[in-house]
Design a binder for this molecule. Structure first.
Ligand code: FES
Length: 263
């Protein structure tokens, strides 16, 4: 959750009126969590370095300009942080509105329904409506269709089902890069990257033309575990549904964090 806490000198600060002491180097997001305050987030996760790309975790810090991302901001002695204000609520809602405007609204038939961080965060920030309507069709195609002169067929990226264990659906990708970072930081494989910019940006498995099966991917599943949406989805989950309860464990052999269905 944000930059992992490092063992440093104790730092005392205040989050939403709660005084808390954490080690120097701790992120504001993690300090808030220590105080029992959950800041909305999408690109941060507990087991990876903070990236600061989704801008959902913005906070206000007294004496500082702007609204920094709490996941990439380290605590400081005497810091006074506010995680809730009308301004922050408006900003987070606006960010989520943009994410959802570029995402298929098929939650009721999606394999991740009820187990989707994008869905959770939309609810957490109170998003009920999206002003930016797109025409019918796939999420990526929607945007390409509205761009004058765009060759939809050349730009639309179909679902990659080449891997025997999971599928990759670019239409559901929010480009948080958690899968790319999991591949690098957790597994050390470096099989994934982000290519393109703006609406064209997407996760890519290796060189142009590679699918997951022919890429350097070793099918460890770290990217699937890290994905906050149904972009990377286990085929067993698609076929059998989301388990009612799962156990995630990390053994000594690798850092993937295998997931088991609990009976
Ligand atoms: Fe901090 Fe995404 S969680 S920027």
């Amino acid at each position: 959750m944000g930059t992992p806490a490092r063992m440093g000198a104790p730092v005392t600060m205040t989050v939403d009126g709660f005084e808390i002491t954490v080690p120097e180097g701790t992120s504001v997001m993690r300090a808030a969590a220590e105080a029992g305050i959950m800041v909305p987030k999408l690109c941060a996760s507990d087991n990876m370095e903070a990236f600061g790309s989704c801008r959902l975790c913005v906070v206000e810090i007294e004496g500082r300009r702007g609204t920094p991302a709490s996941c990439t901001t380290p605590v400081a002695e005497g810091m006074v942080v506010h995680t809730q204000s009308d301004k922050l609520r408006r900003m987070r809602k606006g960010v989520m509105e943009l994410y959802i405007s570029d995402h298929p609204l098929d939650c009721l038939t999606c394999a991740a329904n009820g187990d989707c961080e994008l869905q959770d965060m939309a609810g957490a920030v109170g998003l009920r409506d999206v002003r930016y309507k797109a025409p019918e069709g796939g999420a990526l195609a929607n945007h390409f269709a509205t761009r004058e002169g765009a060759d939809i067929n050349a730009l639309y990226v179909p679902k990659d089902e080449s891997n025997p264990y999971f599928t990759y659906d670019p239409a559901k990708c929010i480009v948080c890069s958690r899968c790319v970072r999991a591949c690098e930081e957790v597994q050390g494989t470096f099989a994934l990257t982000i290519e393109g910019r703006g609406f064209d940006s997407r996760v890519s498995a290796g060189a142009a033309g590679d699918d997951f099966l022919t890429s350097d991917c070793v099918s460890c599943g770290a990217c699937v575990q890290a994905c906050p949406t149904a972009t990377l989805q286990e085929k067993s989950v698609i076929e059998l549904g989301t388990p009612e309860r799962s156990i995630i464990t990390t053994c000594a052999y690798c850092g993937v964090g295998c997931s088991f269905k609990a009976e």
